[in-house]
Design a protein around this ligand. Structure first.
Ligand code: ADP
Ligand code: MG
Length: 317
């Protein structure tokens, strides 16, 4: 791409906050604390698949990093650095300036450095890799859920899906309500502080990117257990709570793009869970339990089983 190096110099070259080697050489050089394990995760965002062309570039920069930080959060890892591989149809300075603003704002709040990447011409495609650290043996994993554990979820679920249904023309919302759910879709807040606080407290964790039922299914498969979800207990915004019950259930259970943490903990750790959430400044809600019997049961407050035909989001489905 013409001007590749100017674009990198202009938009993606800021000195790292730590004494590291960042953008400008063939490799970045990043230190981790003695005895820590490196936690690594990549997430790619493709236009039309993971975001709509209507999204403001600043929000896109935020979201591209947020979905990656959410993976570190789910593991209870402390974020350190990230790289950015970017394909762009053309050298669009205004787009890049806004995109970089959104990305660096979240990077700054999260205390991480953008230390490298790649920039090339092509269909708009954003791939970020994040690096974090975690003490050996302390990462939160999908495999740790045990029968009898309680299931918890952070924040509220379903707003991002509700926003998508507005964009699809299936749902109409008043302007203020639309902006509320649109922010949930475009400006997710990765639960990094909560993930760190849940180390040694939660028995398993996953971040919700593809819908609660599908993502919980990964935990159940890795842990060799089943679960019961209380659909009426699932936390939702006032905007979602005003929708028809069937649409609420769909958004809550099969929504996707929530970027909240779903985690399990022994009942004896209930106070510790609440203390962790309080310390992290994030609400958490108990919404079910892990069962020895395999399978996933979704019940309402009266214990009636809901027919569950939704799946998590599958990009190849
Ligand atoms: P190379 O050809 O050796 O892979 P490049 O010329 O692609 O290196 O990149 C030059 C420098 O700019 C490298 O340090 C690389 O990590 C960095 N870089 C390239 N694109 C980006 C980007 N989008 N964000 C951050 N750093 C980038
Ligand atoms: Mg290169």
């Amino acid at each position: 791409m013409a001007g590749e190096f100017e674009l990198i110099a202009r938009h993606f070259t800021r000195p790292p906050r730590r004494p590291w080697l960042g953008v400008g050489d063939d490799c970045a050089l990043v230190g981790i604390d003695a005895g820590m394990q490196l936690a690594i995760s990549s997430d790619m965002l493709v236009e039309g698949r993971h975001f709509l062309s209507t999204v403001e570039p600043e929000r896109l920069g935020h979201k591209a990093l947020a979905v990656n930080l959410s993976d570190l959060a789910a593991c209870g890892a402390e974020p350190l650095a990230c790289t950015l591989a970017l394909a762009l149809p053309r050298a669009d300075d205004a787009f890049l300036a806004a995109f970089a603003r959104g990305l660096y704002a979240l990077a700054g709040r999260s205390g991480i450095d953008l230390v490298g990447g790649d920039t090339t011409a092509g269909p708009l495609n954003i791939c970020i890799t994040v690096f974090g650290q975690v003490p050996p043996g302390q990462a939160l994993l999908r495999s740790g859920a045990r029968a009898g554990d309680e299931l918890w979820v952070s924040g509220t679920l379903g707003d991002a899906r509700l926003a998508l249904e507005v964009f699809r023309g299936r749902v109409a919302l008043a302007g203020g309500d639309f902006e509320t759910v649109r922010r949930a879709m475009e400006l997710p807040q990765p639960r990094v502080a909560l993930g760190l606080a849940l180390r040694g407290v939660a028995s398993s964790a996953i971040d919700l990117s593809d819908g609660l039922l599908g993502d919980l299914g990964h935990v159940l498969a890795r842990s060799g257990v089943g679960a019961r979800i209380d659909a009426d207990a699932l936390p939702r915004s006032a905007v979602l709570a005003a929708q028809a019950p069937a649409l609420q259930h769909e958004c809550l259970l099969a929504g996707g793009d929530d970027y909240e943490l779903l985690f399990s903990a022994a009942p004896a750790r209930r106070e510790a869970v609440l203390a962790a959430a309080h310390g992290a400044g994030v609400a958490v809600t108990r919404c079910g339990a892990i069962t020895a019997a395999p399978g996933l049961q979704v019940v309402d407050a009266r214990g009636r089983e809901l027919p569950v035909s939704w799946h998590g989001f599958d990009h190849f489905a």
